[in-house]
Design a protein around this ligand. Structure first.
Ligand SMILES: [Mg+2]
Length: 407
């Protein structure tokens, strides 16, 4: 059963099932939580200060060393003020004084020292520190993070990701067709069912109308992905999944409540459309189970929710060993999409596209420059040192600053 599904996946996703670069070059002496070998060398310096700049849904982190190096990262968006407090109280004290190259050790210590507060906010906060340290290493060596990871900055294909369920099928179809024509998008994701919907649709009949209407409008040459956002029980997800298959959908994301791995695995076994998931998951043991039981065919770590690039690479590594493609979750145009572009430009089990929100927002505007721009269905991976973008001084100036530093 499994091999035909894997063959279908390779065909549908256009990726090599060969073990990735990371799988080849990194050791695994102690499972996924230890023994990975990152391409980072000791700088001989120590982490001296960790600052957060918080405004609205966002919090930017600046880390500095005792030898004057610095890097910028971002905490996971939404309730970022809470995550910033967690960073200063529960993460920063573990990292101050450490070599900035100790990325694996810092990740493990943050999870283990906070083991009574599992995952969510600790990982959201850790992501800010970890991504700032990757930027620091890039700037220190004059390389982009993509290059540090063995990749090369280049225009990378994206899929236009709709976040809307309040939109009529005919209007959704029209705007996606327009984006295809104006910006060359070659893939889109639409929303089916209702968020945590217990099998209910946003309104009766919306999903059954939406999928064929969009398919007809964008044509058969454009890839179509669908996201259930934890809507369905397994039987209903299988029914919807078959309809998606009839409309040549190539990715069915989070069909069931994401914590119901057995339900999700049932769906993945029953339908031909590849099942994707994992955006909410930040426990690496849960990731190991998810992959081992073939609950998903496509892994979707979110670099910010998961605790940063270091943790996301571990997930990509696990997936590479199981010959599964990695298509991270990056559902807004804050720094998470920049991080994801760098990662996908390097990992060899990267799926064919990066998620790119098509929704106009104001809360990510003016955060960094140069802004990400779509042309010919691709966005360039920023090519300067570190993340290759600069957090705008005007944005930092209006944000609330907090600092934890070594005495
Ligand atoms: Mg999703």
């Amino acid at each position: 059963m499994m091999q035909p599904r894997r063959d279908f996946l390779k065909m549908a996703l256009g990726v090599s099932a060969a073990p990735g670069l990371l799988a080849q070059t990194r050791t695994s002496s102690g499972g996924e939580r230890a023994g990975t070998r990152l391409p980072i060398l000791s700088t001989g310096s120590k982490i001296k200060s960790i600052e957060t700049f918080t405004s609205g849904s966002l919090s930017i982190v600046r880390v500095r060393t005792d030898s004057g190096q610095e890097g910028y990262g971002q905490i996971a968006p939404f309730n970022a003020d809470i995550s910033a407090t967690v960073l200063h109280r529960m993460v920063a004290p573990l990292a101050l004084g450490q070599d900035p190259a100790a990325l694996d050790a810092i990740s493990d210590q943050c999870v283990e020292a906070n083991y009574k507060f599992p995952w969510s906010f600790v990982c959201r906060a850790l992501a800010g520190l970890d991504t700032a340290l990757w930027d620091l290493h890039g700037k220190t060596t004059g390389k982009s993070v993509c290059e540090l990871l063995g990749g090369k900055p280049r225009p990378f294909p994206i899929y236009g990701s709709s976040m809307r369920r309040d939109i009529k099928p005919v209007d959704e179809a029209a705007r996606l067709a327009r984006l295809r024509d104006e910006n060359g998008y070659r893939a889109f994701k639409i929303r089916v069912g209702k968020v945590c919907g217990h099998d209910e649709d946003q309104w009766p009949g919306r999903t059954e109308e939406l999928v064929p209407t969009v398919r007809k409008a964008i044509g058969n040459d454009v890839a179509l992905l669908a996201d259930g956002n934890s809507c369905y029980t397994a039987p209903k997800a299988i029914e919807v999944g078959k309809m998606l298959g009839q409309n040549k959908v190539c990715h069915f994301e989070e069909p069931c409540p994401y914590w119901e791995l057995e339900w999700t695995a049932q769906v993945a076994t029953a339908i031909n459309v590849p099942v994707a998931g994992g955006e909410q998951d930040n426990d690496l043991a849960q990731w190991r189970r998810m992959i081992a039981m073939h609950a998903v065919d496509v892994v979707q770590p979110d670099i910010c929710y998961l605790g940063g690039m270091t943790q996301a690479l571990r997930v990509a590594d696990m997936a590479a060993k199981a010959s599964l493609p990695c298509v991270p979750h990056s559902a807004n145009l804050s720094m998470v999409t920049v991080f994801t572009l760098h990662m996908q430009g390097a990992v060899q089990n990267a799926g064919p596209y990066v998620e790119f929100s098509i929704e106009p927002t104001n809360w990510t505007d003016n955060l960094f420059e140069p802004a990400l721009k779509v042309a010919d269905g691709k966005v360039p991976i920023p090519s300067g040192p570190g993340w290759g973008v600069t957090i705008n001084k005007s944005w930092l100036a209006k944000a609330e600053r907090q600092v934890t530093e070594k005495a």
